[in-house]
Structure formats: C-alpha cells, structure tokens
Design a protein around this ligand. Structure first.
Ligand code: A5P
Length: 222
C-alpha cells in the first residue's frame, strides 16, 4: 500500500471529525476527498452536502450522504477538499481532477475551508502546471492570451464538470497573486487552479502513522 494513501486517509478522518450535526458542507473532488466521504458517512451526522463533481456526487450518493444542487444555497458552513500543491504561505494549486472552478466557488461560499493533504503536497514554492479551464467559445483567442503569459499545453483529460476544455499553463509562480490576477482578467478563462490563502482556514496534513499536522491561518478570513 502506498504510504501516501495512509496520509490522505489520516487527514480525511481528522477533517471528518470537524463536521457537526446540521452542517451545510461542500465536498471537493479527488483521491483525498474519496477518503473523506466514507469517514464522514460513518459518523451518521445530519448534514446537507454539495458536490463539486459528478465523481464526488456518485460516491456520496452510494454512501447515503444527502446531496443538494448548489443553485439555491447562498453559503455553506464548511468545505473540505484536497490540493495538488500547498505552499508555506497557504497559496494552493488545485485542479488535478479538473474541478477547480467549482471547487473555488464552493470554498469561497464556505465559512471554513479545510484542505486535506498527504505530505507530498507540501512544497517550498508553487510550480507548474496551473490548470486552466477555458470557455470553448473563442478558445483560440483565449489560448493566444494565455500564451502571452507562458507555454500552454492541452491537457489529456476529460472536460471539466461543466464540459469546458482544460489546459496547463507551464509558468514559474514567483508571484502567485499577480499571476492569479492576470488569469482572472482574461475573459475566456472560466477558472484557474490558483487558490489564494484568504480562502483557506486550515490545512490538515496526514502522516502514515495516522496522526496529523494542522496548519491554521493566523488571520482567518471570517
Ligand atoms: C480536483 O479538481 C483537485 O482540485 C483536487 O482537489 C486535487 O487535484 C487533489 O487531488 P487528490 O486528492 O486526488 O490528490
């Protein structure tokens, strides 16, 4: 067994213990969240969940977790999700599963956003790729704008949960805030995988022995 799976499970189980009865809960996407869902279901709490992808929705459904579309709820109490990279200042890169646009909407609607990760996700500084979801309409023009920032690679992956193509922007990230802002300013970019620290409440990093390390943001956003 890959020790990283034990680390993911440890982080996921610790996060599941943070959920309380009555919580409205955003469920992320990916292999770490796949450990969180059964740990949550085992607690048999009364919760209402919103899923960020069909894959998460399918697992949650099988586990009997109550789901609601994210159309009418204005806010959530908690969101739990994995990450591809976690920097010391809590900038994240997400989107390995292509659901980062939905994940960012859910994280930003949540009172608390808890990131669960194995130790290999901790990096000294963020590096490429940055996943970018692009609207199909005008895709060539949007890609030209992205290419002004850095090399762009077509991602060998299914489209995003909303049916849009995915690309990888292969750039160094010396200034993630400036890069995020530049990407946000391109009209055809639906969403990118850079998550700012202001979104993050806590990072839980699992260890293979089942213990966890917690990193709380010192100046929580809300
Ligand atoms: C999904 O789109 C991603 O943002 C995931 O949260 C991220 O890629 C981490 O995935 P794993 O938990 O599978 O490593």
């Amino acid at each position: 067994m890959d020790p990283r799976e034990d680390e993911k499970r440890a982080a996921a189980e610790a996060a599941a213990l943070e959920v309380q009865n009555g919580t409205t809960l955003g469920l992320g996407t990916g292999t770490t969240v796949a450990h969180f869902l059964p740990a949550l279901a085992r607690r048999k709490l009364e919760v209402m969940c919103v899923a960020t992808s069909q894959a998460t929705e399918d697992i949650a459904h099988k586990l009997g977790l109550p789901l609601q579309p994210f159309d009418l709820l204005e806010r959530l109490d908690l969101a739990v999700d994995g990450a591809d990279q976690v920097a010391p200042d809590m900038w994240l890169v997400k989107g390995g599963g292509g659901a980062h646009t939905r994940e960012k909407i859910v994280a930003s609607a949540a009172e608390r956003f808890v990131v669960i990760a194995s130790s290999d996700k901790l990096v000294d500084r963020l590096g490429p790729p940055v996943p970018v979801e692009v609207l199909r309409f005008g895709v060539a023009a949007t890609l030209r704008r992205l290419a002004d920032i850095g090399p762009v690679e077509q991602r060998e992956a299914p489209p995003t949960p909303d049916g849009n193509p995915l690309f990888h922007l292969m750039v160094a990230m010396d200034d993630p805030r400036a890069l995020a802002s530049e990407l946000d300013s391109i009209p055809g970019v639906v969403g990118h995988g850079l998550f700012q620290p202001e979104l993050v409440s806590e990072v839980i990093v699992g260890r293979a022995d089942g213990t966890v390390e917690r990193r709380e943001r010192r100046d929580p956003r809300r």
